[in-house]
Ligand binder design. Structure first.
Ligand code: AMP
Length: 215
């Protein structure tokens, strides 16, 4: 089963995708994560991608769609995929249709995480992760049990995304409203969109998504 998690930055797409990976054996394909790998490279492409991401604008449709296609190529047949942060434009949505059709895959569900945008800036600006294992924390909502030590792996180094500052977040939100929200009707017309309350607590959101997918 292939699905899309759709929602503005900070809606919880990554958190929920990770849970589906852990609990259901699905594979998360996050274009944001792929681009964070790309930007580490000491190359012209790496530098270009870093500059676009740090501004909060979108990387070109061709680059992200090619990344998705290349990843799908490596997956065993029958692996359910969660598209996280992709597609983000109408052009990407059309590319995804072509890519999936070419691989005999079908999109089963689009889950729209419904959130209050005002709360998202606080969510995003306060978030950070363990540098070793990637566990997520938040300045206000979820500090490690022992200050400075990761609950999951005992690591002592933490990191923040360079694009999780207020100014970039505002641009990312504007990009979502202008370019990503308008693709919902494409999937709505196919009858595969389900709305889930993304402001509920994390377990409740997971439960609501699982109800859509597995009931
Ligand atoms: P994310 O981790 O999904 O919040 O993505 C972080 C940043 O990576 C975005 O603000 C964009 O600059 C870039 N990005 C991620 N996914 C895409 C995509 N599907 N299309 C264009 N740019 C993307």
């Amino acid at each position: 089963m292939d699905i899309i998690l759709l929602g503005p930055p900070g809606a919880g797409k990554g958190t929920q995708a990770q849970r589906l990976v852990d609990r259901r054996g699905m594979v998360q394909l996050s274009t944001g994560d792929m681009l964070r790998e790309t930007r580490k490279a000491d190359s012209e492409l790496g530098r270009q991608v870093a500059a676009v991401m740090d501004s909060g604008a979108l990387v070109s449709d061709e680059i992200v769609s090619a990344m998705i296609d290349a990843k799908l190529e490596t997956l065993p047949v029958g692996t359910g995929v969660i598209f996280d942060g992709y597609p983000r434009t109408a052009a990407q949505a059309h590319s995804l249709d072509t890519i999936l059709a070419g691989r005999n895959r079908t999109l089963a569900h689009v889950i729209e995480l419904d959130v209050n945008e005002d709360a998202l800036v606080e969510r995003i600006v306060g978030r950070y992760t363990c540098a070793a294992c990637g566990k997520g924390y938040h300045d206000t909502f979820e500090q490690p049990l022992v200050a400075g030590t990761c609950d999951k792996c005992g690591g002592h180094e933490f990191k923040r995304r360079p694009d999780d500052n207020e100014q970039t977040v505002r641009t990312r939100m504007a990009e979502y409203r202008a370019k990503t929200a308008p693709i919902l009707p494409i999937y709505g017309a196919r009858g595969i969109v389900a709305q889930v309350d993304g402001m509920a607590d994390i377990d409740a959101v997971t439960g609501a998504i699982e109800t859509v997918l597995f009931n």
